[in-house]
Write a protein that binds this ligand. Structure first.
Ligand SMILES: [Zn+2]
Length: 217
């Protein structure tokens, strides 16, 4: 009945899905470039993965999710990401958490896209989702900064750990929508480890494809 009222569309190309299709149409499932196992290390992160590369319809899909309030996308992303995490043999985790947006951005946008994604992923993986980080400074967007050292400097001291007692000796899976240089994930992992977490793994919906170049981020 719901399918008749709100026929589901492919989250990438927005084509109407056939009855046997879920989240993605046949073509997108077949043709979208899957993220390969990463050779790049993100400092302080034990292991990480992503679903796709941040390009073409993937990029458009994530922008719709972030800016056009297509909030249902987080369910589709979470279902696909849960599969990917299992296939990638990521470490067992005690807690799922996310890279937060600032209070101001959250207020303007009305939601935190990574929090929604983390919640949906927690439901898929049957794992508790805990808010562990707070963005305490509004830094310029990482996307506008090219140089690696500058990106790293731009995220230093931007986040704080909310409640260190919740993460002590725990293994955490950190979630973000897009990973570019890995500087943000690394900074979050660094302060979580400093606050007593045992291990941090990381997953994103998409990674920029220069990540392919096998260089240390
Ligand atoms: Zn499609």
């Amino acid at each position: 009945m719901l399918r008749l009222l709100f026929p589901p569309k492919c989250v990438l190309c927005r084509r109407l899905l056939k009855l046997e299709e879920t989240d993605l149409c046949h073509d997108c499932r077949k043709d979208t470039r899957q993220f390969k196992k990463s050779k790049s290390k993100i400092p302080f992160v034990a292991q990480w993965t992503a679903l796709w590369y941040y390009e073409g319809n993937v990029r458009k899909s994530i922008l719709r999710y972030k800016f056009s309030r297509v909030q249902s996308y987080c369910l589709a992303y979470a279902r696909l990401l849960a599969l990917k995490i299992q296939q990638a043999q990521m470490p067992e985790v005690d807690i799922i958490t996310w890279v937060p947006v600032s209070t101001l951005r959250r207020f303007k946008r009305g939601f935190d896209q990574s929090q929604l994604l983390a919640n949906a992923l927690g439901a898929e993986l049957n794992c508790p989702v805990v808010s562990t980080l707070k963005k305490v400074r509004n830094n310029p967007p990482q996307s506008g900064i090219q140089e690696k050292a500058a990106r790293k400097a731009n995220v230093m001291g931007v986040y704080r750990v909310r409640n260190p007692e919740c993460i002590r000796d725990k293994s955490l899976l950190l979630i973000d929508d897009v990973v570019t240089s890995g500087s943000t994930a690394s900074e979050c992992a660094r302060i979580l480890m400093t606050a007593g977490a045992r291990e941090i793994s990381f997953a994103a919906v998409a990674a920029t494809s220069h990540e392919n170049n096998n260089k240390k981020m």
